[in-house]
Design a protein around this ligand. Structure first.
Ligand code: CP
Ligand code: NVA
Length: 310
């Protein structure tokens, strides 16, 4: 098993293709062990602090369950209930928590906060979602696609909707593993330029092609996987009426997915809004892998925990 001991997990851009493929192999192995009921507790005695400044179902539960399955323990910390919520600095919080725990997971708004936490913490910091990135999600998504396709070469991922944290994370993920990615979004809602540029640069080495378009049909044409996410992310609630209008032509529906391969996978990081970014027919249809995908959060994150802690 390769070691990423002591490393932070803030964005997939920080990891090499080999490191990501090794994480996926470890995730598969841990998944097989868990499905077979084989106990594996390499993190006995280890503790994780999980700071949440936004809501969560999957990230919170899968990280806590993962830590328990690996023999360790995790604690949920609501950002507002910490002194952080009363103005204690990120840097001081990082240095204090590092005295107690072996790893810190944080979900917050500005990506810079996670970087600052990582800079001052002496233990690994894991990004559980920022406004810019969602690397744990993207790693689980790679696992989901790989389980079905058995390769990333020649596989095309289409992402239709908001160029948000999930889109940025998928750009990084796809480029690193050599999977083609096409993103369709309304003008003004493109993924962050630094992620698009990084993905293009990485893709030149890995063979991944990177397309950003305003045409959903172009993105979905011939796709092996069709992915979407909410139109209004956490923290953008005041824009939701405007977004509901702007994103209408970017709904993933029965008509649009006809352009994909017949055996395409429908993916969504969840939570989903049926009737908005995806129709119920697609979300609950035979091509949907969204619950396998959610399940893979557990296995992907267990791989991250084992790798950064041992
Ligand atoms: N996909 C995801 O991160 O879900 P939660 O917001 O429920 O953690
Ligand atoms: N883009 C969404 C993802 C939630 C898991 C958000 O940031 O709210």
């Amino acid at each position: 098993v390769m070691s990423l001991k002591g490393r932070d997990f803030l964005t997939l851009l920080d990891f090499s293709t080999d490191e990501i493929m090794d994480l996926l192999a470890l995730a598969s192995d841990l998944k097989a062990k868990q499905k077979a009921g084989v106990p594996y507790k390499p993190l006995a005695g280890k503790t994780m602090a999980m700071i949440f400044e936004k809501q969560s179902t999957r990230t919170r539960v899968s990280f806590e369950v993962g830590m328990i399955q690996l023999g360790g323990q995790a604690m949920y910390l609501n950002g507002n209930d910490l002194q952080l919520g009363r103005g204690e600095t990120i840097a001081d919080t990082a240095r204090v928590l590092s005295q107690y725990v072996d790893v810190i997971m944080i979900r917050t708004f500005a990506h810079q906060k996670v970087e600052e936490l990582a800079e001052y913490a002496s233990v690994p910091v894991i990004n559980g979602l920022t406004d810019d990135d969602h690397p744990c999600q993207a790693l689980a998504d790679l696992l989901t696609i790989y389980e079905v396709k058995k390769t990333f070469q020649g596989v095309k991922l289409a992402y239709v909707g908001d160029g948000n944290n999930v889109a940025n994370a998928l750009l990084a993920a796809a480029a690193k593993v050599g999977m083609d990615i096409a993103i369709a979004c309304p003008p003004g809602y493109e993924p962050k330029a630094e992620y698009v540029e990084a993905a293009r640069r990485i893709g030149e080495k890995t063979g991944a092609t990177v397309v950003v378009t305003h045409d959903p049909l172009e993105a979905v044409a011939g796709a092996d996987a069709v992915y979407t996410d909410v139109w209004t992310s956490m923290g953008q609630e005041s824009e939701s009426a405007e977004r509901l209008k702007v994103f209408q032509p970017y709904q993933v529906n029965e008509q649009l997915v006809k352009a994909a391969k017949p055996d395409y996978l429908f993916l969504h990081c969840l939570p989903a809004h049926r009737g908005e970014e995806v129709t119920a027919g697609v979300m609950d249809g035979p091509n949907s892998f969204v619950f396998e995908q959610a399940g893979n959060r557990l296995h992907a994150q267990k791989a991250i925990l084992v790798s950064v802690l041992s």
